[in-house]
Design a protein around this ligand. Structure first.
Ligand SMILES: Nc1nc2c([nH]c(=O)n2[C@H]2C[C@H](O)[C@@H](COP(=O)(O)OP(=O)(O)OP(=O)(O)O)O2)c(=O)[nH]1
Length: 375
């Protein structure tokens, strides 16, 4: 059995909760992210009851004041602070004094069997512009948290495309055209000098995707509906996506791309994606990159966050949100001359991945083997 201790301090009262879970759990991929949250895959036996998650409410007066903000431990990074341990296998995840509501730490390695103890301290304050404010913290059942998150999401307007609106009307969302940019100019994190420029370590935000050819998912969720929508919008479905008739005996496969000559890490394999341009959200950047690099069209609604990479290269620190996508239009090709390959779960680790991607492998394999929530 593996112990997990969650201690929280609210109003001066220290509450410690201990959970144990079967040692089989240690084999399950688990990622501790910037928010200090371990996400567990649904591979556990029926008798297993997952531990609660910790949620924090934003103080009154702040944006979303009073609302449950989700997972504790999230917060802005102060200049000079970095996030370590983005991947599931990275040891000693830490968020040093990042102005966060709570600190989340995990001793050891969630993804491999070494990790035995995780500690979350909550309710230590909420720092904004030098002030420390009280934050309400409570633990909730993960099912309740998921339902709450779903309600928040459905109440939140998203950027949409004309075609995706028509797709929703038809009862299914299909990959469509370029999304409407709702807030241009708000985001800026790009640094084009990542391949050897001078000037110290910079934070480079890159987006990546785990593009899954998942015959079982396709059959269960897309089928003829998606084909009808594609036909109505005048687009052709690729032979892989939304095929509806694919055999369930086919293994799930993930698309890997090889970095071409002339780029950093040339010859190594990666998840398709690229840098976030000024004015783009990460999702918009990814949709653009997938169109440019693979020649496929992806809808915002078909991008599900999976995990992230946080890796220090010699000249920059890479932060890469990694999404899962199971539905797109067109057939992925190396549109910029790069080699691409579909890999089964058994084949993934036979590819020479970039250093930043190696810790992502357990989460990717979990998504391939056990699925992910959402589209
Ligand atoms: N897209 C992607 N980039 C990765 C991965 N792993 C990894 O270390 N990287 C690094 C390599 C690069 O330094 C950086 C991505 O830069 P890039 O040069 O591919 O981005 P880009 O497509 O926007 O290229 P460009 O405009 O500079 O031509 O992130 C990964 O899995 N996917």
């Amino acid at each position: 059995m593996l112990p997990l201790t969650i201690s929280s301090s609210v109003g001066g009262v220290q509450v410690v909760r201990r959970f144990s879970f079967p040692s089989a759990f240690s084999k399950a991929p688990c990622s501790l992210g910037i928010s200090g949250f371990c996400s567990f895959v649904p591979s556990t036996p029926p008798h297993f009851r997952p531990p609660n998650v910790v949620v924090a409410a934003a103080p009154a007066g702040e944006s979303h004041g009073g609302a449950v903000t989700g997972l504790s431990g999230s917060g802005g990074l102060a200049p000079g602070h970095s996030v370590s341990g983005g991947g599931s296998r990275s040891a000693a995840n830490s968020i040093p004094s990042a102005g966060a509501a709570a600190t989340g730490s995990s001793s050891g390695n969630c993804g491999s069997s070494n990790s035995e103890v995780g500690t979350i301290r909550a309710g230590t304050g909420y720092s904004t512009r030098g002030q420390v404010r009280a934050t309400a913290v409570r633990t909730v059942d993960p099912v309740v948290a998921a339902a709450s998150a779903k309600r928040t999401l459905s109440a939140t307007p998203r950027s949409a495309t004309a075609a995706s609106v028509s797709a929703s009307a038809a009862g299914v969302t299909a990959a469509t055209t370029t999304p409407v940019v709702t807030n241009p100019g708000t985001y800026s994190s790009v640094d084009s000098m990542d391949d050897g420029g001078s000037g110290g370590v910079r934070l480079l935000v890159v987006v990546g995707v785990v593009l899954l050819d998942d015959p079982e998912w396709t059959q269960a969720t897309a089928g003829a509906g998606a084909e009808a929508v594609a036909a109505a919008s005048g687009t052709e479905l690729g032979p892989i996506s939304c095929s509806g008739g694919a055999s369930v005996a086919k293994p799930v496969r993930v698309l890997l791309a090889q970095r071409p000559e002339g780029k950093s890490n040339a010859g190594l394999w990666e998840f398709p994606g690229g840098k976030v341009d000024p004015g783009e959200t990460p999702e918009e950047a990814l949709i653009r990159e997938l169109r440019e690099e693979l020649g496929i069209t992806v809808d915002l609604a078909d991008l599900m966050p999976l995990t992230f990479a946080s890796h220090t290269y010699p000249t920059f620190h890479l932060l890469m949100p990694l999404y899962v996508c199971r539905r797109w239009l067109g057939e992925p090709v190396g549109a910029e001359g790069q080699a691409v390959a579909w890999a089964t779960p058994e084949e993934v680790s036979t590819y020479n991945l970039t250093p930043a991607d190696i810790p992502l492998v357990p989460a990717v394999l979990a998504a391939m083997r056990y699925g992910t929530p959402g589209p």
